[in-house]
Design a protein. Sequence first.
Length: 421
Amino acid sequence: MAEKISVNDGILNVPDDAIIPFIEGDGIGADITPPSLKVLDAALAKAYNGAKKITWLEVPAGEKAERETGEFLPDSTLEAFRDYVVGIKGPLMTPVGKGMRSLNVQLRQKLDLFTCLRPVRWFEGVPSPVKHPEKVNMHIFRENTEDIYAGIEFMSGTPEADKIKKFLMDEMGVTQIRFPESSSIGIKPVSEEGSKRLIRAAIRHAIKHQLPSVTLVHKGNIMKFTEGAFMRWGYEVALEDEFAGQTFSWMQYQDIAAEQGKDAANSAMASAKAAGKVIVKDVIADAFLQETLLHPEEYSVIATLNLNGDYVSDQLAATVGGIGISPGANINYNSGYAIFEATHGTAPAIIGTGKANPTSLILSGAMLLEYLDYTEAANLIYAAIEKAVSKGYVTADLHSQMEGATLRSTEQFAQDLIDNL
């Protein structure tokens, strides 16, 4: 009988038949979600011969929910994700510049899903704009609840915006608002608690998976008290008792260099690497975007703030074939709550055409399986995708870039993966 997942001190208790809620999604959500769930079911069946499975429970959100309930994000949907702990969702529509706030952001904030985890890897045969996509293997930990995306902003001409500008200029002596009469105002909160829990999760991930480094990506050279503080708090986390003997930071390197000289610091760094310690370092965000194109092999786990993480995730996804084949998850590692998601948009122009690529959602589902500790089933999915792409069996987005490829519809591609299992 299907049962709920339970959590004890952040540790999941997963029944053999777990109930998992899903949101079909807007636009191409209806095209990609059903076949994606079929692939996950087939992988579980193959890996565990029926001993483990998932019972899918659809919950409404987005345009479908608005038609059925009059709300884009019903309270019942939020309660379902809380009750069942782990879920998955297709893409959801958000109007630009007006109307409702992003449903994706609302889900992350209301469930306090403080980590957006985006693994970026290349599947052999996928077209890439860079020379060596095989060198790209990164795990992006993007802070999910603070920064500009906290949604604290006020439109120019409103009483709220005028009140804040008056306070800033009259009470705080702010003179940097160039055009106060027409300026909208946004607030950028960055907390010690929010930063440290994100960076702590990134370091734990690197240690667990034996990854070589954690890079703190920030603009602390300009925003010294928000992004600069994020960097400093990150180095403090690296020195916590939990990570004693498991990390070596760039800050420690600098301290040794100042006291004992650069040769001693280089020797300490070499010893740390040889001992398999996680190297914690930092890079300015704009330099990072350049360096990951030139030297991607130097970066492994990335910890960054919300807005930087949005840019970084999509740029790195482009190096391995685009967001159509990039997975994502939103996780609270303390409560255990997690929602896995397609990372692309709703693509209204191709709804119902069979052109939509389900790989992003399928790979996000594989991440879900790993989160449930169903690693064998997840590995079957990765191998099935690798096999399909290497044979040139791809959907329209990749077919247009590959010579000699075989065009497959959304449903056909999903079936190819099931056959490859």
